[in-house]
Structures are given as C-alpha cells and as structure tokens.
Design a protein. Sequence first.
Length: 180
Amino acid sequence: MSDVNVLVLVGSLRAASVNKQLAELAVEAAPEGVHLSLFDRLGELPFYNEDIDTDDVAEPVAALREAAARADAALVVTPEYNGSIPGVLKNAIDWLSRPWGNGALKDKPLAVVGAALGQYGGAWAHDETRKSFAIAGPRVVEDLKLSIPSKTLDGKHPRESAEVSATLRDIVGKLAAEVG
C-alpha cells in the first residue's frame, strides 16, 4: 500500500480533552505508511450560513476544505454532548458537505471513534456523527467503532491502555486499507 493521508477531526475544543488525547494516540500509533494530520481549527469556523459560503469563504473554512481535499480518508474523534454531536463538529460537517454532492470528503472512507462520560462511551454521538457524515458525502466505514467510557481510563492518558492503543492502531490500519 502506498502512503495514506488521514485527516483527523476532534469534536472537543478543550485543551485537556480525552478525545484530543485519543487523536494524539492515533497519530502516534498509526501503522507505517499511514500519516495522520490533525486539523485543530474547528473552533475558528464561522457557523455555517449559505450566504457566506461563496468563492471567498472565511480562511479557516478554506483551510478545512483544503485539508479534507488532500486527505485520502478521515478519522473523527468525538465526545458526546447531551446525547448527540458537539456543535463544533456538526458545524464542520456542514461546511464539509458543500458544495452539495461534491464536498472535499466525497466518497472518502471515514471512521468515528471517541470517549465520553456515559456508560456507553459516546455511542449515541458516534452514531449521529456517522449518520450526518454519510449524508454529507464521505463513505462511512460502519464497522470501525470505538466508544470508550472515559471513567475506564481512570484519569490516565489513553496511551497508557494497551487495549485502547492496539484497538485504535487496528482501526487506523483498517481505515487506511479502505482507501481505494
């Protein structure tokens, strides 16, 4: 397999976010030939508004779309807010879905993983994120899942869990294998 570039989006803006730590671990644990690039500017995106989605979009939007266009696949790492998708991530999905039917992630494989406080580790948000992205254009790889109840990490960085590290590495490898 030739080198595969994976865009990583994190649905949490918090500096000490467990999901940001998971994204860092994914970058560290990626198999040889798989390069992950974290786009850490979701908080800079204006709220999606078709009136401002013109040829002269805001610079953070252009940067997001360019990063997505350069990627061969995408990995989304997100918590669950009130049983659903964090607003910052939903906003990114909306920007990436345009132009409608031809967004920058169109037909590219995408996986969703993450951690949350609840006993199901954010599974509802992960399912909603998969649904929204599937409508927006990427090819969501449904069987690549990881929903971690954050309390199981006992306050430690996810890299300290051999099981989480191995599972995340496996998911990144399988996502890269979906690039066709």
